[in-house]
Ligand binder design. Structure first.
Ligand code: BG6
Ligand code: MG
Length: 218
């Protein structure tokens, strides 16, 4: 029995969500726009362009197209400086246990990320080969909560959306999975990810039997 297992990247596979946070915070601070955890939560899963639009909206700041693009570039360079120093230690707890269990059980595995840096990061932590399909920010035109990224991942795996399971740390991503008729599993705070079908604090909280059950269910 095969299902389609689709993983978000930032904050699910690797601990990069904090680097996005640090880079956006530095940028917001430089513009005099207040930026904390609450604002950050709303940027998780959101594309680079849309994130900057939101930050500028919060600060009532309007910029020229050139300046806007310049800031996108500054943020990404800042972010990439963190990424360069990354290694396998930044794979989140028990991610490797889960991936290897799914591999042993011959389950199709995809990445569904909004990030344009996804392949760079997967290479850095030596996980690129684990994914049968990688759909990232360079492959989609509609950002989460639109289901496009996950629908493309499902298609790549040769699975119907209803047979797919999505792991997400963001509200936008859970909404995208739900909109695509997939089973949504939140990784993080249950009060934030309350629209998910299931929520776990992290992968250490998901017993192997949970995955066996998912595999035998359909
Ligand atoms: C998502 C992150 O995975 O990718 C967002 O949750 C980020 O925080 C988005 O803005 C786009 O990433 P990148 O690497 O293309 O700037
Ligand atoms: Mg994420």
């Amino acid at each position: 029995n095969k299902r389609g297992f689709i993983f978000d990247l930032d904050g699910v596979i690797v601990d990069t969500a904090r680097y996005h946070y640090l880079a956006w915070k530095r940028l917001a601070d430089s513009l005099g726009i207040s930026f904390g955890e609450t604002e950050n939560e709303q940027l998780k899963g959101v594309s680079r362009v849309r994130s900057l639009e939101k930050i500028l909206d919060w600060g009532n700041v309007e910029l020229s197209k050139d300046r806007f693009n310049e800031l996108l570039d500054i943020k990404n360079k800042d972010y990439l400086a963190y990424i360069e120093r990354m290694d396998q230690d930044e794979i989140l707890p028990d991610v490797l246990r889960v991936l290897s269990f799914l591999k042993q059980n011959e389950q199709p595995i995809a990445l569904g990320s909004a990030s344009k840096n996804a392949r760079t990061i997967l290479k850095e932590v030596d996980l690129l080969d684990v994914f049968d399909v990688v759909i990232d920010g360079t492959n989609v035109s509609k950002a989460k909560p639109d289901p496009e990224v996950f629908l493309k991942a499902a298609e790549g795996l040769g699975q119907v959306p209803e047979n797919c399971i999505v792991f997400e740390d963001s509200v936008a991503g859970i909404r995208a999975a739900n909109a695509g008729s997939m089973l949504s599993i939140g990784i993080g705070d249950a009060s934030v990810l309350n629209e998910a079908s299931y929520v776990f604090k992290d992968f250490t909280e998901i017993p192997t039997e949970f995955f066996s059950k998912l595999i035998s269910e359909r």
